[in-house]
Ligand binder design. Structure first.
Ligand SMILES: [Zn+2]
Length: 278
């Protein structure tokens, strides 16, 4: 599932292709993409819009238009976007195509069809996002103290708390595990129990994991365009995610897999103890 680093990678790839371009034609072939709105109506509304900026907030990609409107794209499980200058190959999983005014195409494909496109009118976007998303983890506004304030009194496991998009925007299952390993915090520790030093390590760990993901996804995006594109090489760069039984890169203890917050969770039982001696 695309997390902050994947969406940021897509944003960086699309930005030069989209900024300044107008949507000459839009076809939306899947009513699930725009529901509850009629895809034909949404496509017609998008025609003629000119792109001013391509932003990201959490896992949302935001195409801002000169008109003040914005197209809010969430890729969910399997959504992806491709930009093509020489036409598009047949693809049974293509859900939408935007023809730009330079003749190139932006195609949206989604095998499992959970992705969404929402056209926001001027003024609608910020309140929509504010109701759903907490701090951007890579912005300096997020400090250990601020995160501590949001986690205070919460008895939920820390992993569940950082997966909650209203607390932190953009962290998903992979980067939560990697961040907690870097911070040496057990994923089931009650969120409100973390002390100042642990909160500081957690903020650093989240940022480091996300930044590494952004660097690495640069190559994954290129692989993704290949028909047989896999993420096999990428897995080797994770410290814990998906690596049960393999040695912890820091101490050599075999990585364990448990379920936390309903998700597969990987951690090092030595580096990330559940019970802390203070
Ligand atoms: Zn370890």
């Amino acid at each position: 599932m695309p997390e902050l680093p994947e969406v940021e990678t897509i944003r960086r790839a699309l930005e030069p292709a989209l900024v300044g371009r107008a949507f000459d034609d839009v076809e939306i072939a899947d009513a699930r993409l725009t529901r509850p709105f009629d895809p034909v109506v949404v496509a017609a509304e998008l025609r003629g819009e000119r792109v001013e900026q391509v932003d990201r907030r959490g896992k949302y990609l935001i195409v801002r238009f000169e008109s003040g409107r914005a197209l809010l794209i969430h890729l969910r499980m399997t959504g992806s976007l491709q930009h093509a200058r020489d036409g598009l190959p047949d693809d049974p999983h293509r859900r939408a195509v935007v023809r730009l005014d330079d003749g190139s195409d932006v195609a949206y494909r989604d095998v499992r069809r959970f992705g969404t496109w929402l056209l926001a009118e001027p003024g609608e976007l910020e309140p929509y996002l504010a109701a759903r998303l907490g701090d951007e983890p890579l912005e300096t506004r997020l400090t250990a103290r601020r995160l501590g304030g949001r986690l205070a009194q919460r008895r939920a496991p820390i992993k569940a708390a950082i997966l909650d998009q209203r607390t932190l925007a953009g962290v998903g299952n992979i980067y939560a595990d990697e961040a907690l390993w870097r911070a040496r915090i057990h994923p089931r520790r009650p969120a409100g129990e973390l002390d100042d030093a642990e909160l500081a390590r957690l903020v650093r760990g989240i940022r480091a994991a996300l930044r590494m993901g952004i660097e690495r996804q640069g190559s994954t995006l290129r692989d993704y365009r290949q028909p047989d594109g896999t993420s096999g090489d990428m897995q080797r760069e994770f410290a814990v995610y998906g690596r049960d039984g393999e040695p912890c890169p820091r101490c050599g203890t075999p990585i364990e897999k448990i379920r936390t917050a309903g998700r597969g969770t990987w951690f090092c039982p030595t580096c990330q103890p559940l019970h802390i001696q203070r």
